[in-house]
Ligand binder design. Structure first.
Ligand code: FPP
Length: 254
């Protein structure tokens, strides 16, 4: 009998952990003759709908890309709007998230964020830390490469402090990433039709399925997320191994 893959998600299961690149806010606003800020605001509503829909689809963890380390290069007004989204989202939704048992984790570098945003982030994480029904991870001032560099630095610091010995391996590096402790990322979704990772979850993407959807983020919700689950369940995940003997044909490498 072939050995079962060690990964927890069998082909017909899950996904448990869905990661979303919420793209298309600007185009959504432009198509309506509205300022980009309105697209981002509608994006917050879409995020609320998506978080609410996820548990019923069997998803236990959602990771979303809210602000990348590269987004600082946008005009100051738009950067300020994007920062403000955290205030809006947390102020308008924290009580509900808390009531519904959602743990909120913010991934990314705190250094460089406005002090009030950093304080909101700390408070939100502390208030919801005990929740275990569902996890929402918001990548904010996040870059996949920076996160890997930070994890390597953490390991070096631990070695220098005598808390760890080398050599650095995958387990030790993974433990230093900001996603440490979350279930493996099963699927990474990008909306708006663009097809790239844009520095999101580079380490975690190793064996994630990729799904590209043509919906613009402000139009996202339960239906689009259900479509992700259906696409995922039709994928054949092999983690570098071979397909199960009773799986459908179409065998390719990898
Ligand atoms: C990409 O659209 C989207 C962003 C850079 C920000 C995403 C943020 C939200 C959806 C709001 C929720 C976030 C938080 C932190 C609560 P774009 O501006 O690149 O769109 P375009 O490609 O159409 O121009």
């Amino acid at each position: 009998m072939p050995a079962k893959p060690s990964h927890p998600a069998a082909p017909t299961d899950g996904p448990r952990h869905v990661a979303l690149i919420m793209d298309g806010n600007g185009r959504w606003a432009q198509a309506r003759g509205l300022p980009r800020a309105m697209g981002h605001r509608e994006g917050v509503q879409a995020l609320k709908r998506t978080v609410q829909a996820a548990p019923a689809l069997g998803i236990t963890c959602l990771t979303v890309f809210g602000f990348s380390t590269e987004n600082w290069s946008r005009p100051a007004e738009e950067v300020s709007d994007l920062m403000g989204l955290v205030r809006t989202y947390v102020a308008s939704d924290l009580k509900r998230l808390e009531r519904e048992g959602v743990r909120v984790r913010i991934l990314g570098r705190r250094a460089g964020l406005p002090a009030d945003i950093a304080a909101i982030i700390d408070r939100t994480e502390a208030t919801t830390a005990h929740n275990d029904r569902f996890t929402l991870q918001v990548a904010f001032n996040y870059g996949g490469r920076a996160d890997i560099v930070d994890a390597a630095r953490r390991h070096v610091d631990r070695v220098l402090a005598g808390e760890a010995t080398g050599p650095l391996d995958e387990q030790a590096l993974g433990a230093g990433l900001s996603t440490a402790g979350a279930p493996p990322v099963d699927v990474i979704v990008r909306t708006s039709g663009e097809q790239r990772l844009s520095n999101f979850l580079l380490w975690e993407a190793a064996y994630a399925e990729l799904v590209y959807q043509h919906v613009l983020w402000p139009d996202y919700g339960a239906e689009a997320l259900a479509d992700v689950v259906e696409q995922y369940r039709n994928r054949d995940r092999r983690f570098g191994g071979r397909a199960a003997p009773n799986a459908a044909p179409a065998l390719a490498a990898g």
